[in-house]
Design a protein around this ligand. Structure first.
Ligand code: FS2
Ligand code: SF4
Length: 540
């Protein structure tokens, strides 16, 4: 196997024996083949569009869901991946039949085979099949950005929002990664264009979430527990949470969020459920000890799954693009619904969660809420009470080196405000960093896709302060990454013209020295050093 799509890749080079995340070589091979046949399907849909033949929205959703299933920590279930390959081949064959000619289509679009041939094919189409290092790096940069984008599009689509222009672009871009005649310069341009659609995709998801559930508002979230049995919901899919909350009304079962589901508490629509109790635990990588102590069933709606311990494996359920072998998967009923009764029944047999901590955390600083406070914030900047904003969005992870972010948050001058989104926040959202004239020093916009809010806030400040360049704002970017959604957030920020982003705890292994050089020279991208050195760089 060879995989280097995430920050925790073995030796900062690539997982070759087994995945640090727990992905087996066989699952890795099937994911490689799934990406390949999905790119083949994209070559066919792109050809259809060129000919003026429309592509059904169900095909677009299928493509997004396939890519989503290959994101780090999302789906470890080899059988489920094999089934996706089969369905993709069936879909592709039926669309191929609409083409007057197959001439010029790549092998990925033309190849078909029975399941017995999948392993042999997978071995020929993985990442290393692109020999030239820079081309490989750029193809993977685009592919990973699009994987992140697909996750966001999938969430928007279950709320009834799709945008043909975005799907059309991403499918063309994925097909382009199969095209041997594209130069490195053309692929760099495509990576930048991917950022443009990253912004559009996050805007679409933002519109889907806020039109369904209202605008996030400042909210205090309980981090303690009650004495009734509960269900823990993790991942990013708000529609799944909504369905579960509806189905648990009057059952005596409580519902708690975990990790990236925490920001659900900021949406007005979820506040009406009396059994929606609070957030349990921390970022994804602590789930082994925390899930054990929760005692009740856990629903993983997306990544990030850590291979479960036997002690709670029977309590772990998956849905949507996620999956784990041996864990029950709750399917979509085909009518935009899901039946969670098996999880609710399971919860009735379980003890109440063990208390991990008590108290509250505050969040809900997405664009609408922050812009309603704009006068106070602008005043605080003008008076010098706030000297700088520090964007610390992104992901958390297992590496000890990520303690840097806790130490960095604590070492920041007291006249700075952290703008955050994603699970990166767990490194400092319980530190009680105080406030500046009533404005909390950690403003949490929400999930990683809500980085869109941070971009909107920056654009608004640029307008208020009448600056021609977004980089003239008193904003520092010190972003932590783990999986591919952070890649689309990064490409989106680059598209918006943001420069000098610091990215850690390590730069992506999939950036070849030449591609890294392009990002460093054109955008000032840099890694992190020690807290003391970085504080000095940013503030002196
Ligand atoms: Fe965190 Fe994992 Fe949110 Fe990432 S829970 S690393 O999926 O997308 O961030
Ligand atoms: Fe390794 Fe990350 Fe790939 Fe998992 S997703 S196999 S940890 S590079």
């Amino acid at each position: 196997m060879f995989c280097y799509q995430c920050q925790e890749t073995a030796g900062c080079k690539g997982c070759t024996i087994t995945g640090v995340c727990g992905k087996t070589p066989r699952t890795a091979a099937m994911q490689d083949l799934l990406v390949y046949v999905t790119k083949g399907l994209c070559a066919v849909t792109s050809r259809l569009r060129e000919l003026g033949i429309p592509v059904a929205s169900s095909v677009n959703k299928h493509i997004s869901e396939n890519l989503f299933a290959t994101i780090t920590n999302a789906n470890f279930d080899e059988d489920a991946i094999v089934e996706r390959i089969r369905q993709t081949l069936i879909e592709k064959e039926s669309l191929l039949a609409n083409l007057p000619s197959k001439e010029g289509l790549p092998d990925a679009a033309l190849w078909n085979g029975a399941e017995e041939t999948f392993s042999e094919k997978a071995a020929k189409v993985g990442i290393l099949s692109t020999e030239q290092e820079d081309i490989r790096s750029l193809r993977e940069l685009i592919t990973y950005g699009i994987k992140g984008l697909c996750a966001y599009l999938y969430h928007a689509s279950v709320l009834g929002k799709q945008e043909e222009e975005i799907d059309s672009f991403l499918q063309k871009a994925l097909a382009a990664t199969l095209n041997d005649s594209l130069s490195a310069e053309e692929l760099v341009a495509l990576a930048m264009e991917t950022g443009k659609y990253g912004v559009q995709g996050m805007a679409l998801l933002d519109a889907a979430n806020t039109s369904a559930y209202g605008n996030p508002e400042i909210s205090k979230v309980n981090i303690g527990v009650r004495s009734r049995p509960g269900i823990l919901v993790s991942g990013h899919d708000l529609r799944d949470l909504e369905l579960l909350l509806e189905q648990t009304q009057g059952t005596g079962i409580d519902v708690y969020t975990h990790s990236e589901m925490l920001p659900a508490h900021y949406y007005p629509a979820f506040k009406k459920y009396p059994n929606f109790i609070g957030n349990y635990g921390n970022a994804w990588w602590k789930q082994k000890e925390e899930f054990e102590k929760f005692h009740g069933p856990i629903l993983m709606t997306t990544n990030c799954i850590v291979p479960p311990k036997d002690s709670y494996k029977d309590r772990l359920y998956t849905t949507g693009a996620s999956g784990y072998p041996g864990c029950v998967h709750i399917p979509d009923d085909g009518k935009n619904g899901k039946d969670f009764s098996v999880i609710i029944e399971h919860a009735r047999q379980c003890a109440a969660p063990e208390e991990l901590e008590t108290g509250e955390i505050i969040g809900g600083f997405a664009h609408s809420q922050v812009l309603s406070l704009a006068d106070n914030i602008v005043e605080a900047v003008k008076s010098g009470a706030i000297k700088k904003f520090v964007v610390m969005a992104g992901c958390d992870g297992r590496a000890k080196s990520r303690d840097y972010y806790t130490d960095f948050a604590q070492a920041l001058p007291k006249d700075t405000v952290i703008l955050t989104a994603g699970c990166a926040k767990y490194k400092y959202n319980k530190l009680n960093l105080g406030d500046i004239n009533g404005i909390p020093r950690v403003l949490d916009a929400g999930q990683c896709n809500d980085s869109y809010s941070l971009a909107l806030i920056a654009l608004k400040l640029q307008e208020v302060f009448e600056l021609s360049d977004i980089n003239d704002l008193p904003i520092i970017y010190n972003i932590s990454w783990y999986e591919q959604k952070a890649v689309i957030v990064l490409l989106s920020l680059l598209y918006l013209g943001v420069k000098n982003i610091h990215l850690g705890p390590t730069l992506p292994a999939f950036l070849s020295p030449n591609v890294a050089k392009i990002l460093i020279e054109n955008f000032g991208i840099a890694g992190i050093k020690t807290v003391q050195e970085d504080i000095h760089t940013f503030f002196h």
